[in-house]
Design a protein around this ligand. Structure first.
Ligand code: SF4
Length: 151
C-alpha cells in the first residue's frame, strides 16, 4: 500500500510493504504516527521539524519526507497520468497505459531544475495509490517507477 500525507510545507510518503512496524516513527512523534488511528499518519499535530526527525528514525525506508515547495501533484485519469504543477505550470508527470492486466507506467519525467525534490516519487506514489484504491494492478516499464515499486 502506498499513501501520501501532506500539509502546506511537507509531504510524507508511506510504503506499507517496507514497513516492519518497528514503531520508531511513533516514538519520535506519537501525535503524528498512531497505528490505532485512521488515518494512522496525521499532520498538523506536531511541529514539522519533529515529524521530519521522527521519519529519519525509520529503519526500513517505509517513510520518506520532502518539502512540498508549493508543488501540487494530482491525478489526471482521463489523460492516464499524474501531474506535478507549480503556479499552473507543469513541472513533471508520470504516464501510464491502461492494459487488460491493469496499469503500466511507462514514463516519469520532472523538469531538470526540479530534480532531487521528491517530485518524481510523489508522482509515482499518486498513481500507485489511485490504482490501489480501485484494486487495479500496476506494472511498470519505466525504470524509475520500478525502483520505487521495489521491482
Ligand atoms: S518507523 Fe518505519 S518501519 Fe517502523 S513503524 Fe514507522 S514506518 Fe514502519
Amino acid at each position: 500500500m502506498h499513501r501520501t500525507y501532506e500539509n502546506d510545507d511537507i509531504v510524507i510518503l508511506w510504503d506499507s510493504e517496507k514497513c516492519i512496524h518497528a514503531k520508531e516513527c511513533r516514538e519520535g512523534s506519537p501525535e503524528t504516527f498512531d497505528p490505532a488511528r485512521r488515518p494512522w499518519i496525521q499532520l498538523g499535530l506536531a511541529e514539522n521539524a519533529r515529524v521530519w526527525k521522527a521519519i529519519e528514525r525509520c529503519p526500513s525506508g517505509a517513510l520518506s519526507v520532502f518539502y512540498r515547495h508549493e508543488t501540487d501533484v494530482v491525478m489526471e485519469p482521463d489523460k492516464c497520468r499524474s501531474i506535478a504543477s507549480e503556479a499552473k505550470k507543469t513541472v513533471g508527470m508520470c504516464e501510464y497505459h491502461e492494459t487488460e492486466a491493469g496499469l503500466e507506467i511507462y514514463r516519469t519525467v520532472v523538469d531538470a531544475d526540479r530534480e532531487d525534490m521528491g517530485i518524481a516519487k510523489r508522482l509515482v506514489f499518486k498513481v500507485l495509490e489511485a490504482a490501489e484504491r480501485q484494486n487495479i494492478t500496476v506494472s511498470a516499464t519505466c525504470s524509475y517507477a520500478r525502483e520505487v515499486m521495489g521491482r
